[in-house]
Design a protein around this ligand. Structure first.
Ligand SMILES: [Fe+2]
Length: 326
């Protein structure tokens, strides 16, 4: 269950209304890299972890819940930045103060006018945040990625936290309000904290690369295709040893010839790697068995019950005490 505490996690403050910035900040409320996306992503990912990875479930739900708290902070900030808009919109008769403000400001600064004329801020939910991005596009579940595989989901979360961090970095220069800057600094910093938490969680799963079970084919895992002519850039992405599988990069400088001579890559002999197709197949089978056994052993097939209640009100020992299980 969720229990709402009316105090914010961080004391959001605003010096003065700024509808222009409220509109930009909507990006972090209902946008593709916003707080709702983060909350929903970790929330949805948590379900598949509940039994096999109780410690990951605990972390995902903790961070999802914190992200909901951040959504609340962003919403509260937008509400304050819109200041008198809601009240002014109630004066539907005439001579609305907001009209005077719009006319006066629009003449001076078109950008501010744009913010005021965000239809969501005026006619859908006057003076209040809506679940849209800064251009009014409705929030979408397509922003959320969850694949029921922690070696994939946790990597997805590293990308999500990186994007959320850079969004705050882009937003900060657009406000002069020191209070709003402080709030954004807090929110940005938490993304960096979450990044490292997800990174450590990924690192605690061994092996975790390649993501999933299949170890992938050594015929193709270390090939670099030079798909353009001249000014060939060389670097650790196409020379030396690969980052995870530690294979020597094979630089294919004539891709078309290589494809033709290998009968469309069907006749490739692995080079620069200790991995063989036989080894890979054995590892696939071993890992598949191990993971299946591990997950099924922790997943009851009948008489299922998500929670175990104790008469004294404390949750039965489960995920919280199981921190180090794998
Ligand atoms: Fe985050």
């Amino acid at each position: 269950m969720f229990y709402h505490v009316k105090d914010l996690q961080y004391n959001a403050r605003v010096s003065a209304p700024d509808p222009r910035f409220a509109r930009l900040l909507l990006e972090q409320f209902g946008g593709s890299n916003g707080e709702l996306k983060a909350a929903m992503q970790y929330f949805v990912q948590a379900f598949s972890c509940r039994n096999p990875f109780p410690e990951k479930y605990d972390m995902l739900m903790d961070i999802a819940t914190e992200e909901l708290g951040h959504l609340e902070i962003v919403g509260a900030t937008i509400q304050m930045l819109l200041g008198p808009v809601n009240g002014e919109m109630k004066d539907v008769v005439e001579n609305m103060e907001i009209n005077k403000m719009m006319n006066g400001r629009a003449a001076k600064e078109d950008f501010i006018h744009q913010a005021y004329t965000n239809p969501h801020f005026l006619v859908l939910a006057p003076g209040s945040p809506a679940l849209t991005d800064s251009n009014g596009n409705p929030w979408s579940a397509t922003y959320v990625t969850a694949n029921a595989e922690p070696t994939v989901d946790l990597r997805s979360n590293l990308a999500a936290e990186s994007r959320a961090k850079i969004m705050y970095e882009y937003l900060i220069p657009f406000t002069d309000d020191p209070y709003v800057k402080e709030t954004l600094d807090f929110l940005m910093t938490r993304e960096v904290a979450h990044y490292q938490q997800f990174e450590a969680a990924l690192d605690s799963i061994k092996p975790n690369f390649p993501p999933g079970i299949f170890q992938t084919n050594p015929k193709y895992s270390n090939l670099y295709f030079d798909m353009s002519k001249e000014e060939e850039a060389r670097g650790p992405w196409n020379e030396g040893s690969s980052t995870q599988l530690k294979e020597e990069w094979q630089y294919i400088d004539k891709p078309q010839e290589y494809v033709t001579s290998t009968d469309g890559l069907t006749n490739v002999t692995p080079k620069g790697t200790d991995r063989t197709e036989k080894m890979v197949k054995e590892k696939d089978e071993k890992l598949a068995k191990e993971r299946k056994k591990m997950i099924l052993s922790k997943t009851p097939a009948k008489d299922m019950q998500w929670s175990h209640y104790q008469p004294d009100g404390n949750m039965k020992k489960n995920s919280k005490t199981n921190k180090h299980s794998n």
